[in-house]
Design a protein. Sequence first.
Length: 455
Amino acid sequence: MTAPAPSAARTAPAGWLGHPPGLSTLFFTEMWERFSYYGMRAFLILYMTAAVSAGGLGFDVRQAASIYGTYTGSVWGAAILGGLLADRVLGQYRSVLLGGIVIALGHFTLALKALPAFYAGLALIVAGTGLLKPNVSTLVGSLYEPGDARRDAGFSIFYMGINLGAFIGPLVAGYLAQRVDWHAGFACAGVGMTLGLVQYVLGRRRLGPAVARLAAQPRAASGNAAAPAAPAAPATPARFSAAEWRRMAAVVVFFVAAALFWASYEQAGSTLNLFADRYTRLEAFGVSFPSSWLQSVQPVFVILLAPAFAWLWVRLGPREPSSPAKFALGLAFAGLAFLVLVPAARLAQSGPGIRVSPWWLVGAYFIEELGELCLSPVGLSVVTKLAPARVAGAMMGVWFLSNALGNKLAGWAAGFFGALPLPELFGAVAAVSLAAAAVMALLVRPTRRLMGGVH
C-alpha cells in the first residue's frame, strides 16, 4: 500500500533547518545527555582501577570490569521499563524531564568521594537514562504528522546530536577527570545534563504539538507512540499466524548476532580504554592528551561515515546487501578491528615501558564503525518491520536487551585484561566475532526465508 503523499495538512511548521521548531530542543537535550553519559564513561573504568593514592578506587581490573559491564548493560535494560512507565503513567514529556533530573543528580552524587555515593550515583544514572533515552526519541517522531516526508531526515539530524555529544563529552569531562580531579569530571557531566534540562524546559512550548499528538493517541508500547492510531484491539488477541512466528524467529536471530557484536564493540570503554591508558603513546603531532580523549574517535567516524553509508545503500540499489548479510558484515568488521590490534598488543607487551602508536586504536575504531553502521541502524529498522503490530513494543524491547547483554559480555571480557596476555585476549575476541560472522553468513538465506519478503 502506497503511503499518502505529504501535504500542507500533514506537514508540521518548519522552524529549524526546515523542521519543526521542537527538533532543536530535542537535539540539544539528547546532545547534552550523551555528553554526560559518554563523558563519564570515558574515564569510569580508569577511575575505578586508579590507585587510592591517585584519587581512584583501587579496584582490580576484574572487579572494575564487572561493575562497568553491569552499569552499561543496565542502562540499556532500563530503557524498556522507562518506555512502559512513560506510556502508562508519566507521559513522554515528563519522563524525559524527570529522567534528566535523575541523571544530573547521579553525576553530582558521583562527584562525592564516599564509596556509597559511587554506587548510588551509578544507580541514579541507570534509572534516569531508562526514563529519558527511549522517550526523547518518541517525542522526535511525534513532531511530525503521519505522512510528513521530513521524518527520516529529522531523525538523521537528531542522530548527529547524539554523536556530537558523544564526541565533546570525553574531551571536556575526560580532560578534567584525568588532568585536574576525577570528581571534577563527574561534576562536569552533571553540569552538561543540567544545561540540557534548562534548554528543554525553556523549549517546552516548541514541543506542544508533539505532546498533544501523543496525548491524542491510545497508549502503546514505547517506540510506537508516534505511529498513527490503530483500531482498538479485540479483547482477546488473535493468535499469531505462521508468518508472524517466522518473522519473530528472525528477530531472535538478529538479537543473538547483535548481542555478540555489542560484546566486541562496547569494549571500547573498558578493554581498549585500559589499553589506551597503559600501553598507548598518548601523543600525536607533538601534542599530549589524556587517554580518555581516544573515546571521542568513534563518534567522529560515525559523523563522517553515516552520510557515506546512506549514499552507498541507495547507490547499490537492487545489489544492496540484505539485512542478514549486513549483520554478517558488521560482525566481520568487529572481528577485524580486534585482529588489527593483535600485533599492537604483542609489540606493547614485548618489553617494559613500551607504548605503541595511538594510530593502532584509531584504525581499529574506524573498522569498528564500519561494522556499527552495517548493523545498528539496520537492526533498528528491521525489527520495526518484522514485529507484529500488537507486540511491536516487546520486540523493540528485545532489541534493547541485545545492547544490554552485549554490554554485560563486554565487561566480562574486559575482566581478563591483565589475566591473559593481550594478544591472546584480542585474538579470542576477534575469533569469536569472525566465527559469529561466518555463522551469520551461512544463515543469510534461512533468515531471509523467515523474514517472508521483508527487506
